[in-house]
Design a protein around this ligand. Structure first.
Ligand SMILES: *Cc1c(COP(=O)(O)O)cnc(C)c1O
Length: 497
């Protein structure tokens, strides 16, 4: 609550008076009260503007205008109640009144919207330094020293692969497909359990995605389902031109088995490591094992440039070609000469500056996110209805998101119920990705899974992503944990055991 005396005006003041008070106050609202000090209406700067236009006279008294019932709350309203009201009425300020209707304070959205986010950007200490450098040298765009340095630093970080930074992870996937000459009529095998961005670029190239189920030990592409799909396509002489495997939520796919199968059929693998920078598979960085790997630096990822991505490969020529394609495919010539389709996909020098600062703190962020997941596991271990995303002994996950799965045989609590209950507490939790083969967009695409029940359908029915920001505070996570426990103990779920 802040001091609101300065914004209380008598109902018989003039529009001009109101305008003056509004102008000198830090608030964007006035509280007009009657002689007893009871709040009658609020006046925003927008109201003043409309009233002046209506009457063309700044000396009219406020009480000449019709009274609206202001949205108010009592002193006992909780932040959650107030926030709900603000969302409902699409307003950012709500006066607080006492029992006799006098204003005693005001809620401001910015101060109470303390939603605990799923995955918030978390800057380190040096991002601004690199961005400053770009400003000082006026090297704002395009390309530039931060871009070169960021590519070099990513390359060093992942152990020497070549790197081209671009303006999104999606663009990086698109470039990989272009570089593999995927075009109309080609098939691309894709993990079904993923975010749409893994697959959209296949459509950009007018190729056809075929979906593969996930397996239990990693939640990522099932090598056996992949193999059976390859057998079927081999038989009709329709082998895919690429396989897009995803390291979801930071967990590596079973790359050894997948690469063995893919190599046996001579199909290149693209690793969608958008969510797994900083993760290892048997000691190797995810994204460095296939023909191509991609990272994303979107705002919700473990490190971010606000928007951005990287394409990586051991093939230097391919990465050079990616740089060429991502800057409009300009041929070598003294004028603008073009002989193939290009894109405007390159990362800007300013954003690469953010990326350089973020890369410095990546390992720290990974440690924190791993600790966040570990704490959930420890503190919720007594809730036997839930299990956690797998943790493979030989691998090291960046634990981008903490994801649990609720056993529907043991409780009535569904992901929807849990997510809503947490939302009511200003906690952002989400469903896991809805599998691609369930999307309307792909209603006519093939899907391969083993046995009678597709596993990623089960994950979608039972999975929930919890707040996992590296900036989450101890008390915030305690609150999330407490809230989860309440949902499970309040729903009589024990009865179903
Ligand atoms: C975020 C994400 C992408 C796309 O990255 P953008 O940078 O947002 O384009 C691709 N695949 C997966 C699995 C992702 O989570």
């Amino acid at each position: 609550m802040s001091d609101i005396r300065e914004i209380i005006v008598p109902l018989d003041c003039s529009l001009l008076d109101a305008l003056n008070v509004l102008n000198s106050s830090e608030y964007l609202i006035l509280l007009a009260v009657d002689q007893k000090g009871v709040l009658v209406r609020t006046i925003t700067d927008g109201d003043v503007r409309r009233l002046i236009l209506e009457r063309k006279d700044v000396n009219v008294r406020i009480d000449e205008f019709s009274v609206q019932n202001p949205v108010v709350v009592s002193t006992s309203a909780t932040d959650a109640d107030v926030l709900k009201l603000m969302r409902l009425n699409e307003i950012n300020l709500i006066p607080i009144i006492d029992a006799s209707g006098r204003p005693v304070g005001i809620h401001m959205k910015a101060n109470i919207d303390k939603t605990i986010l799923l995955s918030a950007p978390h800057m380190g200490d040096h991002e601004q330094h690199y961005v400053r450098e770009a400003f000082d040298s006026n090297w704002i765009a395009p390309i530039g020293p931060n871009v070169d340095a960021f590519e070099k630093e990513i390359s060093d970080y992942v152990g020497g692969s070549h790197v081209a930074v671009v303006n999104s992870g999606t663009a990086a996937i698109h470039l990989a497909l272009r570089l593999l000459n995927i075009s109309h009529g080609d098939f691309v095998f894709c993990q079904s359990f993923t975010f749409i961005a893994s697959v959209n670029p296949v459509l950009y190239q007018c190729a056809t995605p075929v979906f593969i189920d996930s397996e239990h030990s990693t939640w990522n592409m099932c090598p056996l389902a992949l193999e059976s799909a390859l057998e079927v396509h081999q038989a009709t002489n329709n082998l895919p031109k690429a396989i897009i495997v995803v390291h979801l939520y930071g967990n590596s796919a079973r790359m050894k088995e997948i690469l063995n199968v893919a190599n046996a059929y001579g199909v290149p693998v693209i690793e969608d490591a958008a969510e797994s920078i900083g993760s290892f598979y048997q000691g190797k960085h995810t994204g460095t094992m296939g023909k191509f790997g991609i990272f994303s630096f979107n705002g919700n990822k473990i490190i971010t440039t606000s928007g951005g991505g990287a394409l990586i490969s051991h093939d230097k020529d391919m990465i050079n070609k990616a740089r060429f394609l991502s800057t409009q495919a300009k041929d070598q010539a003294p004028h603008y000469e073009h002989s193939e389709v290009g894109y405007n996909y390159r990362m800007s020098n300013v954003l690469a500056g953010i990326g350089r600062g973020q890369l410095e703190v990546l390992d720290q962020r990974v440690r924190t996110r791993r600790a966040v997941l570990q704490k959930y596991k420890d503190k919720l271990s007594h809730i036997t209805h839930i299990s956690w995303m797998p943790d493979v002994a030989d691998d090291y996950s960046n634990c981008w998101l903490s994801v649990l799965s609720i056993d529907p045989k043991k409780t009535n609590v569904t992901p929807k119920i849990l997510i809503q209950a947490l939302f009511d507490q200003q906690i952002e939790a989400r469903h896991v990705w809805k599998p691609m083969h369930q999307q309307k967009l792909f209603a006519n695409n093939d899907y391969y899974f083993l046995k009678d029940k597709s596993f990623c359908d089960y994950l979608f029915e039972t999975g929930v992503c919890l707040p996992s920001s590296s900036s989450i505070t101890i008390s915030q996570q305690d609150f999330v944990i407490e809230s989860i426990i309440k949902v499970f103990t309040g729903n009589n779920s024990e009865n179903m055991d």
